[in-house]
Design a protein around this ligand. Sequence first.
Ligand SMILES: [Ca+2]
Ligand SMILES: [Ca+2]
Ligand SMILES: [Ca+2]
Length: 600
Amino acid sequence: MRPLSIALAALIGCGDVKEPSDSAGSVDSTDSTDSADSDGETDEGADSSTDESTGDDTSVNHPPELDLPESGSPREDRPFSIDFEVSDPDGDFTRVWVTGLPPGATWDEPSRTIRFGADFTQGGRSWTVQVSASDGELTTTGSILLEVQDAVTPPAPVVVSSEDFGAWTRLTLEQTTDAFLDSAERAGRTFRAVVTVPNHSHSVPVKVALHGYDGVADESGWEGEYRINPEDPENTYWWGYYNPAGHDVPPYTQRRVLHLLDWVLRTYPGADPERVYLSGASMGGAGAATLGLVHARHFAWVESTIGQMIPANHRPSRLEQLSGIWGTPAEGLPADGVRSVWDYQDLTWVIGGVDEARDQFVFTKHGKDDPTIHFGAVVHPSPLTGMSWYEAAQDERLGHYAVWDEGGHGSEDPLLGGEWWHAGWNPIYDDTAWLRRDRAFPAFSASSVDDDPGDGTGNGRVSWSDESGYAADVATPGDTGWTGDIAGAIGRSLRWDSGGVVDTFERFEIPLKVLDGEGGEPPAAGYPTTGDKLDGAPPVTVDVTLRRVQAFRCMSGERILWQLGDASGTIVAVLDGVTVPALPLTTDWQTLTLTRESFP
Ligand SMILES: [Ca+2]
Ligand SMILES: [Ca+2]
Ligand SMILES: [Ca+2]
């Protein structure tokens, strides 16, 4: 059939481009075609008329035909897939888009397959998946009902006490385990947890807080969010322990955390499943990052501080403790039947090896004079991947914002103080650059104002210690033994307007800028600025990768046009996303617009 200029027409801004109707089985002429008609001005595609009246009467176009199953029944903890046939009576190339998938499910357009590994908390829920097949002019839509069978049913947590603080209530719970939340011979134990609940029913975020080594559940509450505080009294590093029956190391502790989250989401309608975030420091930092990446489908954001990102790189005393729980790294007991428990928590591997992980946004903070989780946690290479956390996050174009300074294990940098890197940006609560599980966001990498964390070697001031690395005195500025900038950040000052996101099949828009706000000059030469003051001069060039895209999904190899202000270009989509390189961002909002170069 006739080639269309949908993408070009959209690029030059001729009216709204709407999604096709989502009513099941309907056929519509897409509004984008009308948009092209109404303008007629296209650049190099100008010869490809989209005006119906110029069509040859004998060449009537027919809509694509969808042969969809009405429903599917994935079972918890088992792989599931549905593929279906799409054809076009005219032989037109047909694109097929899918929206409304369950969290964690994927759509593989080339093979027209939906894949879904439902986890044990997703049973008993259903999703209506919308399917749209378009030949560029006519669109056929349909839907598939996915009803997940509830096959894994651990005992529900039980509230054992409740204290009312006026605006919120603190609940103490007991989690009794079964042979899924514990090994068979330990099943039936109870674990304590604390959940705080606002005394209102408005929809608010949910914070899952993981304590540090030998810690206990936090008991603070706030009416602005639900707070979930599980406990890991055996210091399994929020993972699990050796199971003699299977000769493996299942993630029992992770399961308990997810089970508690699921109970809160099912019990309290005000607990917003799209705004669940993880927070933790030290062991809790490692636990939050691991849970938030391996099970990214459940979390909108991860706040992970002073945590080891690569378990095999722990200091000797921690390796010894964890080897007693997981087996040694050399033994490599399996976590998931395939991979060693040590490798499965190696986050440099996870962000490449677990597909859903790359849709996460992770904040990290570490200290160069931290003697406990020394700075090697983020700059030393993984024995598995050869990459450090910072390198892997950049390389995989993960949504991440990393800061470091000369602080210790939670203690502040002596010159910069605490939280010097911003004036309070929290992407769950921010009015502009906010994160939700169901909204696209830009993952930034290769920013021109990124600082240098060093390469994990020493600068000669401190001799190496297997336990504390090159950490020096926290109270003394400038004496750290690690190479690189004493303090700095990766991905700082970069902002987007979540409310301005346009995410349709044909078009993607997101306003971007560099923040230069309230803050201070560097306290000494070689230090970063403080607060929201931009550390450098705009424009800031940065690579932008689209994450959590809902409708504007691209096929590997597909050519995409982008435009930002006067800059524009063409990029080729890769399997797991679209990256626009070296965008020049200024302190003014500019909208990044992406459209498809052609259809097909
Ligand atoms: Ca057709
Ligand atoms: Ca279940
Ligand atoms: Ca120091």
